[in-house]
Design a protein around this ligand. Structure first.
Ligand code: ZN
Length: 288
């Protein structure tokens, strides 16, 4: 099943769920991520897609998990609706599994801060920052939503990595309570949350995002489920933008690159390589 995201509304409740197996695997391949880096990046990218679904169509957001662990920063960004990109500073770092046999994401991220920046064409850019609780991402994003956006939420995120390093399943969900939610609905959600397996296992078993939503909303009436939308790994870099960045370095820097014969620039977000030959570097100097 291809990656997709879905929204649902129930009385006093908003739910978003996403299956992200393919896009997390694409990020892993692009950045040559270790299993623990794949999990940290995949959870963060999935969280970015879920949060982006709760904001207006023309807004976008960036999540930066800035921990002091060996992975360094983990960044996910939604430059376009239903598209996400991301990177980890040290994607090849790997750590032994925890005693429970889980990927040691919290240890690899370490302690530090979670920053969520929202970009809107109409409003000023807004960044909310909270302290990381565990570095496991889901509970850190939950804290951000409560403290910075005053929305009580439950976030579930999971990435299951096969022994060969590829992604066997990745998914996430977000349940948000509105001020008018009843105790009855909250009790039903709490019970459902205690029964569902981890999102990564649900994705591995082949459940759709709609089926994940249905598991979360068992026993609740008047559920409206929207149409699922495709989501993907998507970067907005191109040769012109990279050329403009090179021009911005100035004529002296460009001349030094020209001396070397060529320059290869990698996009941070997608790791695409852009190679500039001597003549192109020369032409860029004319604009610098
Ligand atoms: Zn790119």
């Amino acid at each position: 099943m291809s990656d997709h995201i879905i929204r649902a509304l129930a009385p006093g409740i908003r739910v978003v769920a996403a299956v992200t197996t393919e896009l997390v695997d694409e990020a892993r391949t692009r950045h040559s991520c270790s299993p623990v880096a794949t999990a940290a990046l995949g959870r963060t990218m999935t969280a970015a897609l879920l949060l982006a679904e709760t904001i207006k169509g023309d807004e976008c957001l960036t999540i930066r998990v800035a921990g002091n662990g060996p992975l360094g920063d983990v960044v996910a960004d939604t430059p376009l609706r239903h598209g996400v990109r991301g990177y980890v500073h040290h994607p090849q770092v790997d750590l032994p599994a925890t005693e429970q046999g889980k990927l040691a994401v919290g240890e690899a991220v370490g302690s530090g801060m979670l920053h969520v920046t929202r970009f809107s064409p109409q409003r000023e850019t807004f960044t909310g920052t909270v302290k990381l609780i565990s570095g496991e991402i889901a509970e850190d994003v939950t804290r951000y939503l409560l403290e910075s956006e005053q929305t009580p939420s439950t976030v579930g995120l999971g990435v299951l990595v096969d022994p060969d390093g590829s992604v066997a399943g990745a998914a996430g969900f977000l349940v948000q309570a509105m001020p008018d939610v009843t105790e009855e609905v909250l009790d039903a959600i709490e019970k459902n949350l205690s029964l569902v397996s981890s999102p990564s296992h649900l994705a591995q078993e082949g459940l759709s995002a709609a089926e994940i939503v249905q598991l979360l909303l068992v026993g609740i009436d008047s559920v409206s489920l929207f149409e699922p939308e495709p989501i993907q790994f998507q970067c907005t870099c191109n040769r012109e933008k990279v050329g403009a960045i090179l021009t911005g370095l100035g004529a002296a820097e460009l001349a030094a690159m020209e001396q070397e014969g060529q320059a290869e620039i990698h996009c941070n977000f997608c790791n695409e390589a852009y190679r500039f030959e001597r003549e192109e570097l020369q032409a860029l100097q004319g604009n610098a």
